[in-house]
Design a binder for this molecule. Structure first.
Ligand code: ZN
Length: 356
């Protein structure tokens, strides 16, 4: 099974660029940008990546991401991330970037996006990558609105959507209504972290008030039967991150994670890493854990990859092309590993309609 999962072409939708910086790269960035801290070793960074609560996690993340200061840093960490995607046979990825941080350093949005896009372009079509502009809750609703407006004015095709992340307790989804309404009116895709540390009401608000098309995490949806039914009926994808939820104590352990129940009830669940370097996890690991804990076979894992394609922020034409590529490549991997490939996975549906 391990070999099969490694070989299986995969896709990912919930991945933060700043959470994918490898310890040795963090050390390089510190030496280059903050030489006064250059005594920090890769082992020290790894210690920062070990935490027992959310506050320590945020502190560790900030110590590392605070060293991403120049456009060439963004370019290099994007190259590093996508090199890792190639190694894991990830063919499609949507990752996000906390763009506001770099705007605050004085760079233009066009230059920030270009530094990331130029790195991503080196990997296409091996890995098809798209960017989501991350609206950090603690930057507040006003900055989120201005940034969304800038994204729309730039109109770069590499940027497929906006995403909301950060402290769900202090900044509920409804505070960001205006930014999401603006994106919605312009048909820019929208995703939001919700139902990670706050209950199902946060997911309902992200759907009903923000018009989010996807929910990042959505783990606490399990506590509301009506919500689970709604997610199934309306094909709302959840970008689930098993290890992240365990390490941040959203659930007690993998066995308590509702992923298996969501999958069996027909929720469009996907598997993702969130902050792979911080949580010490790869997408391949996440599939291995899911197969083991939730007793999933090759056909289920293939379906979860196809769910990811279904949930991607691409137009119908691109989605059908992606789907064909994955279907064909999956059939080959099934054959080479001695599994029967049943062509029963759900087909891509039409692109999501505008929220009204
Ligand atoms: Zn996340």
């Amino acid at each position: 099974m391990k070999n099969f999962i490694q070989l299986l072409p995969k896709a990912e939708l919930h991945l933060h660029l700043e959470g994918s910086v490898q310890p040795h790269t963090a050390v390089k960035l510190i030496k280059r940008n903050h030489p006064e801290n250059s005594r920090l070793s890769a082992e020290d960074i790894q210690k920062l990546y070990r935490f027992s609560n959310l506050a320590e996690f945020i502190r560790g993340m900030r110590r590392v991401s605070g060293n991403i200061c120049f456009l060439k840093d963004l370019h290099e960490i994007t190259q590093e991330l996508l090199t890792d995607m190639v190694r894991q046979n990830v063919r499609y990825v949507e990752f996000d970037c906390a763009v506001q941080k770099y705007l605050d350093l004085g760079y233009s949005l066009a230059d920030i996006i270009d530094s990331i896009y130029s790195a991503a372009a080196e990997f296409m079509p091996m890995v098809e990558a798209r960017l989501i502009v991350n609206l950090l809750r603690d930057h507040g609703p006003e900055k989120a609105l201005k940034l969304t407006d800038k994204v729309l004015n730039l109109g770069h095709p590499f940027v497929v959507g906006i995403g909301l992340s950060g402290d769900e307790n202090r900044y509920p989804p409804e505070d960001f209504y205006q930014a999401f309404q603006l994106a919605n009116d312009a048909l820019l895709h929208r995703t939001a972290h919700a139902g990670e540390v706050v209950g199902p009401e946060s997911v309902w608000n992200a759907l009903n008030i923000l018009g989010a098309e996807r929910i990042d995490h959505g783990t606490t949806s399990i506590n509301d039967d009506k919500l689970v039914d709604y997610l199934v009926t309306n094909h709302i994808p959840l970008t689930q991150c098993l290890t992240s939820n365990v390490k941040l104590s959203v659930v007690k352990d993998y066995f308590q994670h509702p992923f298996g129940i969501f999958y069996k009830r027909g929720v469009l669940v996907t598997l993702n890493t969130d902050d792979p370097q911080v949580f010490g996890v790869t997408l391949t690991d996440e599939y291995l854990v899911a197969a083991d804990v939730f007793q999933l076979g090759p056909g289920d894992l293939s379906q979860i990859v196809m769910n990811t394609v279904l949930a991607a922020f691409v137009n119908d034409h691109e989605k059908i092309k992606l789907e064909e590529r994955f279907r064909q490549e999956h059939a080959n991997v099934f054959q080479s590993c001695g599994y029967e490939f049943l062509n029963t996975v759900k087909k891509a549906t039409l692109e999501k309609k505008r929220f009204v």
